[in-house]
Design a protein around this ligand. Structure first.
Ligand code: F6R
Length: 609
């Protein structure tokens, strides 16, 4: 989604803005721009395409000035084009804005502004903000901003410069993240911590309806009522290098290789000091609540939702609590039935997915208790939930989620084990044994990574398929969903995921000679049935790749290709079983020459509905 940044200081702002935008590239975007304030007023450079297009555009013609704003745009209102790229200005070109989010009532405001004599040059919702700032400007920029905020509906983080206030830079937040940092001679804002790390490790998170005024080295934050407030500084532990490629060709490949560490860090952070038990400081459900628990609802989007599907099965199998998974974007529109105290788990890597935030708020409004599982400390979901369990996967830059996904499964597994123990379904000793198995998983993942050449060779042979079917039963079905999503989002190959037993209720009509089927078969108890499903597609001419546990016999002779994964408790197998599928998606996309880290049309953090 869009990334916004701004700076005011002693140095030239344009290079700082360009570096900040570069750090936010991973969010996904289709155009970019910057606006600088100088003695000539506001100078804007913007262009459709990636940042190198903008870079080429400003080469030798870099706008001067020490105050500026920048933007990477992920088009929502109006096609990606030079003119629709941000920043946008009022008619006099004296106020420029960058915006992340959606102004929901922009059409109504636009019609009204046109009737007041405003001329619009873009199709964006953002342009109304620039015209409104000019329309209401009575000389006091802060008052003007409050007035404009009171008429805007929707979600927005805005960065604002004005040639009438050349010594200040402004930003506001409503339902869209905004972070500030300062040094002795400069102040900065951005929608993403990564854009600020080169300036400071200490950042300030704006709250909803906050308005910040930045000057050289100073920041004043006011809340929605205009009162000056202090926002706690947050220390960011991860380094700039953690958000760089570290010798890998793509962030995605680097992040896949970081999975053993991500799992180890996530697991250890939730264990007691001696590592023998789940830390009770961390677990948000007490013994009494665990015993009374009637239902768990998991809310999430995309990959996080597929991690939730695995969580659902673990809650039911281990803790015997009825559980369901709801797509967050659907939840609030289906008039959900919630009883006071019902437990909800929101899973979100970024903690900023608008649909997940909205579902969380709806669950809370209806009286539910919300636990967040997120990777981003201080994110909106982390701050608004009743309790948080963090995944410690480190920054995930590639749009396609990998290490965050398995870390989410790890946290859900720990929660399920904890509930099982509190509900007296497993003993302390059994829980301890399960933890020992979990501790072995990072090493098992490493051994899959060590055999990546086999997967790369297979990808080389199969990358030009038009369509691939993924199948599995039980936990393998949830795994198939994620494997299919990974492949389609980065390689653009059409793929479907099916519960293997459901195939014959319609979809098997699509199986014909040469169709590629990937059968996830990590669940030994279901193996016999899965083998039958393999036979059903084989007799119709499908080519089958199967992923099975080491030592499982009877599969290799039935299929064209088999990949063995190290054996673990079948309930924990998804964390290992997904690794070959992530690598397969990666290598197929590589063969096809796709933009792996920033697939077309996708954004890392989906902050619009
Ligand atoms: C796919 C992917 C997305 C996200 C989804 C939710 O690889 O990353 O499907 O999982 O957009 O994002 P978060 O977890 O940030 O809420």
């Amino acid at each position: 989604m869009c990334g916004i940044t701004g700076c005011i200081g002693d140095q030239e702002a344009a290079p700082v803005l360009m570096r900040g935008l570069k750090r936010m590239e991973y969010r996904g975007y289709d155009s970019a721009g910057i606006a600088l304030l100088n003695q000539n007023g506001i100078e804007i450079r913007k262009a459709k395409g990636k940042l190198d297009v903008l870079e080429a555009h400003i080469q030798g013609n870099m706008p001067q000035g020490s105050v500026g704003i920048g933007h990477t745009r992920w088009a929502t209102h109006g096609e990606p084009s030079d003119v629709n790229a941000h920043p946008h200005t009022d008619m006099k070109g004296e106020i420029a804005v960058v915006h992340n989010g959606i102004i929901e009532n922009y059409l109504k405001l636009k019609h009204w502004l046109i009737s007041e004599g405003c001329e619009f040059v873009t199709e964006t919702d953002t342009e109304v903000a620039a015209h409104l700032l000019n329309y209401y400007d009575g000389g006091d920029m802060l008052q003007t901003i409050y007035k404009v905020m009171s008429v805007l509906q929707g979600s927005f983080a805005l960065g604002i410069i004005s040639s009438r206030n050349p010594d200040s830079l402004y930003c506001v937040r409503k339902d869209s993240p905004l972070i500030l940092a300062k040094t002795s001679g400069a102040s900065f804002f951005a929608s993403d911590i990564s854009a600020l790390l080169e300036h400071s490790r200490e950042v300030y998170l704006l709250e909803d309806m906050d308005v910040a005024c930045l000057t050289k080295g100073d920041i004043v934050i006011r809340d929605g009522f205009g009162k000056v407030v202090r926002r706690e500084a947050m220390r960011v532990d991860w380094s700039l290098e953690a958000a760089e490629k570290g010798g890998f060709e793509h962030f995605m490949l680097k992040e896949i290789h970081e999975e053993p560490k991500a799992l180890r860090d996530t697991l250890n952070s939730h264990l007691s000091q001696d590592g023998a038990a789940i830390s009770q400081d961390e677990m948000p459900v007490g013994a009494e609540e665990a015993r009374r628990l009637q239902k768990i609802t998991i809310l999430a989007c995309g990959t996080a939702c597929y991690a939730g599907m695995i969580g659902r099965m673990l809650f039911e199998k281990l803790a015997r609590v009825p559980a369901e998974v709801d797509i967050a974007s659907e939840f609030r529109y289906r008039d959900p039935i919630v009883s006071p105290g019902d437990l909800f788990i929101i899973v979100s890597q970024s903690g900023e997915t608008l649909d997940s935030i909205a579902a969380m708020r709806e669950a809370k409004r209806l009286g539910g208790r919300v636990i967040a599982i997120t990777n981003v400390v201080g994110s909106s979901i982390a701050r608004e939930a009743d309790a948080v369990l963090y995944t410690w996967a480190g920054p995930e830059i590639a749009v396609a989620s990998t290490k965050a996904y398995i870390s989410q499964i790890m946290v859900l597994t720990l929660m399920a084990l904890d509930l099982a123990q509190k509900r007296a379904l497993i003993t302390e000793e059994e829980a301890g044994e399960a933890l020992e198995e979990l501790k072995r998983i990072p090493q098992q993942i490493q051994s899959v990574l060590d055999q990546k050449e086999v997967i790369q060779r297979f990808a080389h042979k199969t990358f030009d398929y038009n369509s691939i079917f993924f199948m599995g039963r039980g936990l393998d079905y949830a795994l198939a969903m994620e494997a299919s999503l990974k492949l389609k989002e980065i390689s653009y190959i059409h793929s479907e995921a099916y519960a293997a037993g459901e195939l014959k209720h319609g979809t098997i009509a699509l199986i014909e000679p040469g169709t590629q089927v990937v059968m996830m078969a990590t669940q030994d108890a279901l193996l016999e049935k899965t083998l039958n499903n393999i036979k059903e597609v084989k007799v119709r001419g499908a080519q089958v790749l199967a992923v099975v546990g080491e030592g499982v016999g009877g599969v290799a002779e039935e299929v064209e290709e088999v990949w063995y994964i190290p054996r673990t408790n079948p309930l924990f197998a998804p964390m290992v079983g997904i690794i070959p599928m992530q690598l397969y998606a990666y290598y197929v996309a590589l063969e096809k020459g796709c933009d792996i880290d920033q697939p077309r049309n996708l954004a890392k953090s989906v902050t619009v509905e």
